[in-house]
Design a binder for this molecule. Structure first.
Ligand SMILES: [Zn+2]
Length: 62
């Protein structure tokens, strides 16, 4: 299991956006696609950037 405790988990289409603190106490925002064969996952410095990435994600798996 990961030691990361995500919060504010939001689902936009197939993409899940979550906010968590990294090991140094900094806030990080991640967008990760839940489609089995997509594999899209990225970290962002700001929540709006992560949500924008989720909204604009064009999933390869349809
Ligand atoms: Zn995808």
């Amino acid at each position: 299991m990961s030691p990361i405790r995500p919060r504010n988990v939001l689902r936009i289409g197939p993409v899940q956006v979550a906010t968590y603190y990294d090991g140094r106490g900094r806030e990080r925002h991640t967008a990760a696609c839940t489609a089995p064969r997509c594999g899209f996952s990225a970290d962002y410095d700001s929540r709006p950037a992560a949500e924008l990435a989720a909204r604009t994600h064009r999933c390869a798996v349809r």
